[in-house]
Design a protein. Structure first.
Length: 132
């Protein structure tokens, strides 16, 4: 009796199932990498927008003298900023009362995209000398 070569139906089904599982994993990884790439691009864009503001000395001095502010970032539509200025405080030792440092301020600058679903604002805090 002759035997015919080939695969049984069960072997073909197992191969198809394994191939399907493998493709699902690959597509899930690809999808996740696209989402992570979009988040990374948004973060890089936010850093560039914040850097533009922080490099503008006149803008920084205006924020420090006003005690903060908010508004659109020039040449960075649809990005907006929000800045708060507080006196810089320093505690000599842990547990001791923090004392204000004269002539110094802590500026917290937050930037966010002014579109729905853009995510949380990205913030940075820096210490600056207040020029009277």
């Amino acid at each position: 009796m002759k035997t015919q070569g080939g695969f049984t139906l069960l072997e073909v089904l197992v191969a198809l199932i394994l191939t399907g599982i493998g493709l699902a994993v690959v597509f899930q990884s690809f999808s996740q990498s696209l989402r992570l790439r979009a988040k990374a691009e948004a973060a890089a864009e936010a850093v560039q927008a914040a850097q533009r503001l922080l490099e503008d000395e006149a803008f920084l001095q205006a924020l420090l003298s006003r005690g903060g502010g908010s508004g659109p970032i020039p040449q960075a539509d649809p990005w907006r900023y929000r800045a708060t200025v507080e006196p810089l405080r320093w505690a000599p030792r842990p547990g001791q009362e923090a004392l204000p440092l004269e002539g110094m301020a802590a500026l917290t600058l937050c930037v966010e995209k002014a579109v729905p679903g853009a995510g949380a604002p990205r913030c940075v805090t820096g210490w600056y000398r207040v020029v009277p």
